[in-house]
Design a binder for this molecule. Sequence first.
Ligand SMILES: Nc1nc2c([nH]c(=O)n2[C@H]2C[C@H](O)[C@@H](COP(=O)(O)OP(=O)(O)OP(=O)(O)O)O2)c(=O)[nH]1
Length: 136
Amino acid sequence: MTQTQIIVGAAIIRDGALLAAQRSQPEALFGRWELPGGKVDPGEEELDALVRECREELGVDIRPIERINYEVTFPPRNDGSEAVMRVWTAEILDDAEPVALEHLALRWLKSDVLADIDWLPADVPFLDAIRPHLRP
Ligand SMILES: Nc1nc2c([nH]c(=O)n2[C@H]2C[C@H](O)[C@@H](COP(=O)(O)OP(=O)(O)OP(=O)(O)O)O2)c(=O)[nH]1
């Protein structure tokens, strides 16, 4: 039996805005927007993966705050493996400024424009839970 792959995402909020990141790869996802994050490595704690991915992708240390009470399950792939995505609200530590080290671009989104960008489909259901943390 294949193990379920956990994907973690960070809803990083600063001054009432959410940090969105634009994917550079793979080609099928190029240009679409997501939350910073990625796959949890075998044996790795989910929150360690979240902090690691944000450091790799944005060059900043984050503090996860709370997990959003929702998860997305991706349909099984050809090899039968499944994946789920979990998201935490988070803040950047030390007033550091995130940099797009692996993405095409970063954007800070207030609540009124949250749904205006081309999010990966799996992210859309998380937005309703994130919106109350944002300002218009
Ligand atoms: N990081 C991230 N991945 C997402 C989001 N929404 C979503 O559907 N995904 C999908 C895209 C990818 O198929 C998968 C995560 O893969 P990834 O490429 O970000 O993971 P990773 O950094 O560990 O990369 P790798 O090992 O494949 O190089 O989850 C999201 O908001 N953030």
